[in-house]
Design a protein around this ligand. Structure first.
Ligand SMILES: Cc1ncc(COP(=O)(O)O)c(C=O)c1O
Length: 316
């Protein structure tokens, strides 16, 4: 029996009020849901997504986790850390064609005891998890399989808890929950937990406008004909800065300035873009006066070291 108590019964992450003129002058109240503080190594939406998956793995008697991701993946790092913390061995199938096998994310995963197998980015994109394991001749009958980004129905279940936790802390339901979107699972989970008039807004960090379909697909897969009950969400596709992991000096300046003013660090891949978008939307008058906004900090801070290594320490 593994001891998953710390994962299953964690204290609520803090809800931090941000005092900033961009919001106060429009009669808006902005809070950050500090999921980045849930755990030093399994942070943000990774904690939420892994929670019920690890419980299920334990319930089914698995002691090994297999998962998939890019070479700088927060999900790979978090799964490796969760394996070490909660007594699962871990295997990561990682896209390794461009940068080889060495970077801070992968070194961290190895330190946590994760075995890494490399394959092309095309393989990760084109094959299902089980197809890819077969192609790579990885025996996996003894392993619990987590999809890329940890995006499955059990992940949605964990992410929807952000809502009940926030409502309990806040005393009433905020008007908006905002999150960065990669696979769309965090947004789908949040959308499925909304109460009253609350809305969920996802900020797409990838170009292409395909995330709407992904969120709909996830909701349908996980809730079947009840999916249409969870319609109070929308996506913003104007803040990807050119695509996944793309950035501009304006984004970096925003992240550095936000940290200086609030003490809250943001990664440039996900939260930097979501927070930047929220400020822009507030300045554009997107939120009705009097609104309360909860920006979910989804973690991802492990990526900063690798980013700074590549880009001359531009993040402070
Ligand atoms: C730090 C961080 N924030 C947000 C996201 C986006 O979450 P999702 O893939 O559920 O849309 C990810 C990727 O999973 C992430 O690593």
């Amino acid at each position: 029996m593994k001891n998953l108590d710390a994962l299953l019964h964690h204290p609520a992450s803090p809800l931090q009020l941000i005092e900033h003129e961009v919001f106060s002058r429009s009669d808006l109240r902005l809070f950050v849901k500090r999921d980045d503080l849930l755990h030093p190594l399994i942070s943000g939406n990774k904690w939420r997504k892994l929670k019920h998956n690890l419980r299920e793995a334990e319930r089914l008697g698995y002691s090994k986790l297999v998962t998939f991701g890019g070479a700088f993946s927060n999900h790979i790092a978090a799964t490796a850390a969760a394996g070490e913390a909660f007594g699962f061995s871990t295997l990561g199938v990682v896209s390794g064609e461009e940068i080889g096998a060495v970077n801070p994310t992968l070194s961290f995963a190895r330190q946590c005891g994760m075995n890494l197998i490399f394959t092309s980015r095309a393989n990760l994109r084109n094959y299902s998890e089980t197809e890819l394991l077969k192609l790579l001749e990885i025996e996996h009958s003894d392993a619990f399989i987590l999809p890329q980004g940890g995006a499955n129905c059990l992940a949605l279940l964990g992410c929807r808890e952000i809502i009940s936790e926030t409502v309990a802390q806040h005393g009433f339901a905020p008007d908006y929950f905002i999150t960065a979107c990669g696979t769309g699972a965090t947004l789908a989970g949040i959308a499925s937990g909304l109460t009253g008039e609350s809305k969920a807004l996802g900020i797409a960090v990838l170009k292409g406008g395909f995330l709407n379909n992904e969120v709909e697909k996830l909701l349908l897969e996980c809730f079947g004909d009840k999916a249409s009950n969870f319609a109070n969400w929308a996506l913003q596709n104007d803040f990807h800065f050119g695509g996944y992991a793309k950035w501009t000096p304006e984004l970096i300046e925003f992240i550095n300035d936000f940290k200086k003013k609030t003490g809250i660090p943001l990664d440039p891949i996900y939260n930097g873009k979501a927070f930047f978008a929220t400020f822009q939307l507030a300045m554009q008058g997107f939120f009705p006066a009097g609104s309360t906004i909860v920006l979910v900090h989804t973690g991802g801070l492990q990526g900063i070291v690798g980013f700074n290594e590549r880009f001359d320490n531009i993040l402070h």
